[in-house]
Design a protein around this ligand. Structure first.
Ligand code: CA
Ligand code: CA
Length: 276
């Protein structure tokens, strides 16, 4: 009997191992106008053009100081915003490349890919640094500097409007190259959204490093970074979100059958012992 029990457990373990080895990786990607996807939203808010909306601008800008030629002594900040709606099945599950992304999926990796513009001055050489912060407050492409009022005008990194923690940073490299592709690792944020779909339509703030809301004198971070938005005429240059998740298959009929046989067998033995 002991031998049989051992054999049964070994078979069960083998089935479980085979099952977990069968867990497959699936990669899906989101880019406005590719594969039918139309859920991308992006814009920027400008301290020195505080009521101007940039929802359809072909560029997203992040800049520590852009005084629009007005020569103010205070830094005039520009903040980028980007998000991808309908990522998850329960959020609408819009068309995308590579199949659907289930709510609650285990995110293996997620990368946000932004392309530096190709016009003179779109690039931003080192030591300029640009940081992604996960957005917490809701916003839309109609946003302006003056409309983002959850924590005063502009976008605050106060864990109320945007997360204080930096998700990922970029400097030099392709930030400094016209048309260069800049990749941010956003795995942890997409996992947060996978676990709670209602938060998945917030996206990220693109913030110039070392710049605080409310002015301050003009600092070293004054060279802006211009990236192609989802309104760019060149579809291939639009932002991309690429997500790889792990799909664990349902237990097979064979495994379920073995578990069932095991339970019945053990139960039966207990009953027989009691009867004896
Ligand atoms: Ca836009
Ligand atoms: Ca605000």
């Amino acid at each position: 009997m002991r031998v049989l029990k051992g054999l049964f457990l070994a078979a069960l373990a083998l089935c479980a191992l085979t099952q977990s080895a069968m867990a497959t990786m699936v990669t899906v990607s989101f880019q406005q106008g590719t594969g039918g996807y139309a859920g991308a939203k992006d814009t920027y808010v400008h301290e020195d053009a505080a009521t101007t909306n940039q929802g359809t601008n072909p560029k997203i800008i992040s800049d520590g100081d852009d005084d629009l030629g007005l020569g103010e002594s205070q830094a005039q900040e520009v903040q980028g915003l980007i998000r991808f709606d309908n990522m998850f099945i329960s959020g609408g599950g819009a068309s995308r490349i590579g199949g659907s992304l289930p709510d609650g999926a285990t995110i293996v990796s997620a990368f946000l890919k932004l392309r530096t513009g190709t016009a003179t001055g779109d690039e931003s050489p080192s030591p300029q640094i640009f940081n992604l912060h996960r957005m917490i407050a809701t916003w839309d492409e109609t946003a302006t500097w003056n409309s983002m009022t959850t924590s005063g005008v502009g976008i605050a990194r106060d864990n109320i409007e945007a997360a204080t923690a930096v998700t990922a940073s970029a400097t030099g490299g392709n930030v400094a190259v016209l048309g260069g592709l800049v990749v941010f690792d956003v795995t942890a944020d997409v996992q947060i959204w996978s676990s709670n779909n209602s938060l998945s339509t917030r996206g990220w703030l693109i913030h110039p490093d070392g710049v605080n809301l409310g002015g301050g004198t003009v600092s070293g971070q004054t060279n802006g970074w211009y990236v192609d938005s989802s309104n760019s005429a060149t579809v291939a240059n639009r932002p991309i979100l690429e997500v790889t998740y792990q799909m664990v298959p349902e237990p097979s009929a064979a495994v379920l059958g073995l578990i069932g046989v095991g339970i019945v067998g053990m139960f039966g033995r207990k009953l027989r012992r009691k009867a004896a």
